[in-house]
Design a protein around this ligand. Sequence first.
Ligand SMILES: Nc1ncnc2c1ncn2[C@@H]1O[C@H](COP(=O)(O)OP(=O)(O)O)[C@@H](O)[C@H]1O
Ligand SMILES: [Mg+2]
Length: 366
Amino acid sequence: MHNPFRFSGIVSEPAFCDRVRERREMKQYIENAQNVLLYSHRRYGKSSLILKVFREVRNISTVYIDLYGTTHAGDFIAAFLKGISSLESQMSRLVKVLREGIRSVGLNFSVDPVTGMPTASPVISRPVQQKTIEELFAIVEKFSRRKKLAVAFDEFQEVAAYGGDAFEKTLRKAIQNHDRVAYIFAGSQMQLLTEMFNDRKRAFYMLAAHLPLGKIDTAAYVRWVRRLYRRAGRSIERPLVEEVVAMCENHPMYVQEFFFNLWNETTLSFEQLDRVQERMIEKRVPEYAYLWDSLTLNQKRALKLVALTDGKNLFAADNLDRTGFRTASQVTAALAGVKKAGILDKNKTWKIHDPFFKKWLMAAQR
Ligand SMILES: Nc1ncnc2c1ncn2[C@@H]1O[C@H](COP(=O)(O)OP(=O)(O)O)[C@@H](O)[C@H]1O
Ligand SMILES: [Mg+2]
C-alpha cells in the first residue's frame, strides 16, 4: 500500500486531518458572504483548509487566487485572471465577459497555449491597472448575482509589500458592498496581516472576521493516523502516535512528515521514533544553519536564551550572563528582531515555534 502521508503542498483526503471546527466556521462565513482573514504560521494548513472547504460548500462557486511570489499590481491581475478562469466551466459566457471587460481597459489578454490559462501582460500603466482591477471585481460581482461566490486570496501579505496604501485602497473600494461574495484573505506573516486589518488608518481595517488557525489536537491526530494504518491492514498503538505528536509539538507538517518516514518501518518502537527524529533533523541542517547564519549575534543570543530558559525569567541577571547579554534592552531589541524573522512567538511566554529547529539548536548547544 502506498504511503498515505503527505508533507509538502496542499493535502486533501485521506491525508487531511480534522479541522472540523474551522471548516464549520469558514462555511458559515462563506454562506453569509462574510469576509474572513485566515492566518497562521507557514505550513499549518491554511491552503489545504481553504480548498477542503471549497470542495464541501454547495451552491456556491469558488475562486482560489494564489498571490505567492507576486510583487506588483500587474502580477496581481495575472494571478486574479488565472484564479477566475476556474469559473469558466460553470458559465461559458464568463469568458466573453471577461475578455470584453479586459479589452475595454486595454489590457493585453491571451490564453497560455500550454495550460489554457489566461495570462495578462503585466506591463501596464498604473491608472490602467487600477481600472483593470476595478473591472475584474465588477465581473466577480456580476457573476455573484447569479450564484454566490467565495474568493480566496492566498498569501495575501504579499499585497502589503506592493508599495502602499493606494493599492490597498483600490482593493477595498473594489470589494466593499459585494453582498453575495465572501472574500477570504489568507497568509502567514501574521504581524503584517494583522496590522493591515487592525490599524484604523489602513484600508482593510475591520474588513474581515479573524480566523486564526492553530495546531491540530492530539486526539484528532490519533484517530486519523490509526485509521490510515487500519485501512492498510496495519496497526499502530495509541501511545506511539501520541509520542510522535508530542515530539512534533502538534505541528501539522512535521506530524505528517514524521508519519511519512515511519510508514516504511516495519517494526514500531519508541527507539525507532528517536531514529526517525534524528534523520529529520539531519535533513534540515543546511536550512537551519542558513537561518542561524542570517541572524545577528544578539539575535542568536536571544534564541539561546529562550531555548535555555523555556521562555521563563528571560531577564534574570544570571540568564543574561549565561548568554552574553549586558542589558535587558539589548534582549528586548534582539527578541523583536527574531520575532520579525518569524522564528519566535510571544503569547504568555516567548517560544521558538519550529519544534525541530529548537531541537537542532539545543542539540548543537549553540
Ligand atoms: N488538515 C491537515 N491534516 C494533516 N496535515 C496537514 C493539514 N493541514 C496541513 N497539513 C500539513 O501541512 C503541510 C502544509 O499545508 P498547507 O495547507 O500548504 O499550509 P499553509 O498554507 O498554512 O502553509 C501539508 O503538506 C501537510 O503536510
Ligand atoms: Mg499556503
